[in-house]
Design a protein around this ligand. Structure first.
Ligand code: TPP
Ligand code: MG
Length: 343
């Protein structure tokens, strides 16, 4: 066989992560971040049911889309405009279990809002994570603005906005994408389509099958990706980031995912979807998918899996112990950050 022939066969059998230039260490770290996000999420549901955390809005089912996309960017340079399911993505950019639980338990030391916002309102200037508000879709225009600023600065930064498919029915989606395309801004619009906007199913949200179909109408590529597949998400986001850094403008990515929990701790999803639908989705969920991949590549065995689970559990328990003893904001500080303060 020719040398080219051997090279071709080797390339065909090359594991997907190697083809993407990722080391075993890097993919294992990505998997661990997915596990951390899942366990942190589960812990918050318990805290909510114990009456300790006011509210939970889950990332369960969104771990591969969040970790895969954020890992394709450059923390410290790029800017993130998250939404409430972006826990896996903000962990990649630098947020920690302690940050999450300090905010979850509304502690004064919470780095995002000093415990003043609902949980899952991410935002940390240290990690270039823009503060998030509750109105759906506003972060899409913020990302267009952040991308414009990056273009003016010329520092090569890319801005990414995360949002659900329900958010694409808002005017902000149109305004953000249109503006970013006109000005060829270094932006990535990353839709995590989980099939529901609270109780509203996809078919009542839009008359086209894919959010991504709308990209070309604004003058940007629209890419559909399996959001349960960490490496597929990584691949398309990296391509979008490279395109943005080359000055070729924004990309709309649609990751097809499934929300494994009710919309939030205040929702009863049995009223609008069958439990069997959720059970079916669990079979293809992102953590199982990635674990299977790592096992197939002989990068993970049962002992290593147990070690990851143990170290994640220890990290969360240490963070929780810290957050539980941390003081609440003083009542006298209730108006801080609300009204302008005298210098
Ligand atoms: C402007 C606005 N309208 C309504 C709401 C209430 N609301 C919060 S989340 C949500 C559903 C959004 O669905 P989607 O964009 O698909 O995101 P998902 O929650 O499914 O991830 C709605 C209607 C809101 N927060 N802001
Ligand atoms: Mg949705």
């Amino acid at each position: 066989m020719t040398t080219e022939g051997t090279a071709l066969i080797r390339a065909q059998h090359q594991p997907e992560h190697e083809r993407l230039g990722l080391s075993a260490d890097q993919v294992l770290r990505m998997y661990r971040t997915m596990v951390l996000a899942r366990r942190l999420d589960e812990r918050q549901w318990i805290l909510n049911r114990q009456g300790k955390q006011a509210f939970v809005i889950s990332c369960q089912g969104h771990e591969a889309s969040g970790v895969g996309s954020a890992s394709a960017l450059q923390p410290g340079l790029d800017l993130m405009c998250p939404y409430y399911r972006s826990l896996p993505a903000v962990l990649v950019f630098g947020s920690t279990a302690r940050d999450v639980l300090l905010e979850g338990l509304s502690r004064a030391e919470g780095p995002w809002t000093g415990g003043r916002q609902m949980p899952a309102h991410f935002g940390d200037v240290r990690y270039h994570i823009l503060t998030s508000g509750s109105p759906v879709a506003t972060q899409i225009v913020h990302a267009a603005g952040a991308a414009l600023a990056a273009k003016i600065r010329g520092d090569g930064a890319v801005a990414i906005a995360y949002f659900g498919e329900g958010a694409t029915s808002k005017g902000d989606f149109h305004e953000g994408l249109n503006f970013a395309a006109i000005h060829r801004l270094p932006a990535i619009f990353f839709c995590e389509n989980n099939g529901y906007a609270i109780s509203t199913p996809l078919g009542k949200q839009m008359a086209v099958p894919n959010v991504a179909d709308r990209g070309p109408a604004y003058g940007m590529p629209g890419v559909v990706v399996d959001g349960n597949d960490l490496l597929a998400v990584y691949r398309v986001t990296r391509q979008a980031a490279e395109r943005a850094r080359r000055g070729e403008g924004p990309t709309l990515i649609e990751a097809k995912v499934y929300r494994l929990t009710p919309h939030s701790s205040d929702d009863d999803d049995r009223r609008y979807r069958a439990p069997s639908e959720v059970e079916e989705a669990r079979k293809a969920e992102p953590l199982i998918r990635m674990r299977r991949y790592l096992e197939e590549q002989s990068l993970l065995d049962e002992r290593q899996e147990a070690a990851i689970q143990e170290s994640v559990a220890a990290e969360i328990e240490a963070a929780l112990a810290y957050a539980e003893q941390a003081p609440l904001p003083a009542p006298t500080e209730a108006r801080r950050h609300v009204f302008q303060e005298a210098a």
